[in-house]
Design a protein around this ligand. Structure first.
Ligand code: MN
Length: 340
């Protein structure tokens, strides 16, 4: 047995909304990652087994290494089918918002979701949930939204409706949001859930290979370039910084998601507890922060760049140029020495 984390009234409310809705849409954040995909597709498979026909819409394309996920072929990418998606969102009676806390994470589809008269249910594990849904199932103490989907289905009494495809999606999200159970993964109940998923037929080793051993040659070479040429270590601050320009990304034929996970790599250097990755985008610098132990990655993200996230994993955007952004971090590093 696992503990009942989701409050009873949230379970009841969700159940009621699901029961009465015919037209449902499931949405997730821009640049969907493994957990975004696992949660949306896991929920999608479950709803299909109870004779609902939800549609999954993602703001932007998902990375190729997740294209094998069962149901991925049915996902609509908002950017590519804007008119069709707008219509679906407008006509929806119920919208699930998964794996993000504030509506701006929907990027270009934010307006269409907010303007829809559909009832909305947020299911998420990020801190500080926004107030744009009728029901908010927000549990930042859980390491993935996919785990939350599993818990919600069980609490609605439908464990028996979880089929293999649903289980594979949920497992994928739990695995990717914990880096293959290497961080944020000490809650023993994670492994009770995994045991159930394996009983349902999930081949966890195969999923690991599909997700993590699925690099393109370009991605592998970009990673090598980042580590060899672009990584700077600040030993006195136990910090690593990797920066990459738009031009360099172009040289390595950068695809969406290609730099996913790069920020974690320097943490495997002995002594490094804080790692920052900056990627130059067309109009901004995207910054990822990772840390180990009690070093507050989210505090640095918030203090310097107005970003946020979890203690050990956070993100932000900078609208200065790359060299100014680097400088800002370097100048501030001494202020965080006390956290080391
Ligand atoms: Mn997540």
């Amino acid at each position: 047995m696992i503990s009942k984390i989701i409050a009873e009234d949230l379970v009841t409310k969700s159940e009621k909304l699901i029961l009465k809705a015919d037209k449902m849409v499931i949405v997730t954040h821009v640049g969907p990652d493994g957990d975004a995909m696992g949660a949306t597709l896991g929920l999608w498979h479950y709803l299909m087994t109870i004779d609902k026909e939800p549609i999954v819409i993602v703001p932007t394309a998902f990375p190729n290494f997740l294209a094998w996920m069962p149901g991925a072929e049915c996902i609509l990418v908002y950017e590519d089918y804007k008119d069709q998606c707008d219509k679906l969102l407008f006509e929806a009676e119920l919208i699930f918002a998964l794996d993000f806390n504030v509506s701006k994470r929907l990027a270009s589809m934010e307006e269409a979701v907010l303007n829809s008269n559909a009832e909305k249910i947020l299911i998420d594990h990020h801190l500080h949930p926004g107030n744009f849904t009728k029901v908010a199932i927000s549990y930042p103490e859980l390491s993935s939204t996919s785990e939350l989907i599993f818990r919600l289905i069980c609490r609605m009494g439908d464990f028996s409706k979880i089929n293999l495809a649903c289980a594979e999606c949920i497992y994928t999200g739990m695995m990717t949001d914990t880096g293959g159970f290497t961080y944020n993964s000490n809650n023993h109940e994670i492994y009770i859930i995994i045991a159930e998923l394996i009983k349902l037929g999930v081949d966890k080793d195969k999923i690991y290979r599909k997700v993590f051993n699925n690099y393109s040659e370009d991605r592998m070479r970009l990673m090598g370039f980042c580590l060899f040429n672009k990584m700077k270590i600040y030993p006195e601050y136990q910090t690593a910084l990797i920066t990459i320009t738009a031009k360099e990304l172009y040289q390595f034929k950068y695809q969406n998601g290609d730099a996913e996970g790069f920020v974690n790599i320097p943490l495997s250097i002995d002594g490094v507890v804080f790692s920052v990755f900056m990627r130059e985008d067309t109009d901004k610098i995207k910054i990822s922060f990772r840390s180990q132990g009690t070093f507050p990655a989210n505090k640095v993200a918030a203090d310097l760049f107005g970003g946020g996230g979890h203690l050990n994993a956070a993100g932000a955007e900078s609208y200065s140029n790359l060299s100014e952004t680097i400088k800002k971090l370097e100048v501030a590093l001494p202020d965080y020495k006390d956290f080391l």
